[in-house]
Design a protein around this ligand. Structure first.
Ligand SMILES: Cc1ncc(COP(=O)(O)O)c(C=O)c1O
Length: 228
């Protein structure tokens, strides 16, 4: 599993097993855990752009997303943003006490909403972190409106803080980067990206590499022992 692969990276046993381990730990169907995903913002941009198409709508229900996502989504105009590709955006702010606004969620989850975003950790905001239990309640509310909506949780800084993860309470994709976590070896290529259900798995792999190639390529270039 620690062998170096180069070139295309077909049949990389170390990479494929590592992704199975992550899927097992997070109780997901599959995972993308790759040095080619450069940071948390990249992982989130990948998850969103892989699953949204022109005229689809993204709604964040935990208020304004982490600052770097403003450029990814196009809340702040930016070259290459989702807005430039015709993806619409709206958000439901948290209530003053930091709780989800269930009335607001009902109002804003319209037929054109494809992906709902929830940010677990507070980033630069002053609100409390959202517990997995509360995230589960919000996911339930969203799925009651439309079970086909893909719920993506920005899990940055959240991994292993509680005994359960958002993937245990119905999230379709959970996205994060492990290198910032205290107690973990500081290592610049500990970026992870996980998903749970739907076709999210395929979509993300096609966006990370290319349509048709997906997860099959991606040489590990000798970094596998650090990932394990
Ligand atoms: C909640 C949250 N989302 C996304 C990010 C972006 O991660 P990165 O800085 O690795 O791009 C961070 C970074 O701290 C974060 O706290």
């Amino acid at each position: 599993h620690f062998n170096t692969t180069t070139g295309y990276g077909y049949n990389d046993l170390g990479r494929e097993t590592l992704e199975k381990v992550y899927a097992d730990v997070f109780h997901t169907e599959d995972a993308l855990v790759r040095p080619q995903i450069t940071c948390g913002t990249h992982a989130l941009a990948l998850a969103l752009s892989a699953n949204l198409r022109p005229n689809d709508k993204l709604v964040y229900i935990s208020g304004k997303p982490y600052d770097t996502l403003e450029e990814v989504i196009g809340i702040r105009p930016s070259n290459g943003s989702l807005a430039e590709y015709g993806v619409k955006y709206d958000q439901v702010d948290l209530l003053e006490n930091g709780e989800f606004d269930f009335e607001g969620i009902k109002e804003k989850i319209t037929n054109d909403v494809k992906v709902v975003g929830i940010q677990r950790s507070k980033g630069y905001a002053t609100r409390p972190t959202l517990s997995v239990e509360k995230i589960g309640q919000a996911i339930k509310a969203v799925k009651e409106i439309n079970p086909n909506i893909i719920v993506m949780v920005d899990n940055c800084y959240g991994e292993f803080v509680e005994e359960i993860e958002p993937s245990d309470v119905g999230a379709d994709m959970i996205v994060g980067s492990l290198n910032k976590k205290s107690g973990w070896r500081a290592c610049s290529y500990w970026w992870i990206y996980l998903w749970n259900k739907n076709k999210c798995i395929e979509n993300c792999s096609y966006r990370l590499t290319t349509p048709g190639l997906g997860k099959e390529v991606g040489a590990n270039l000798g970094v596998m022992s650090s990932f394990y």
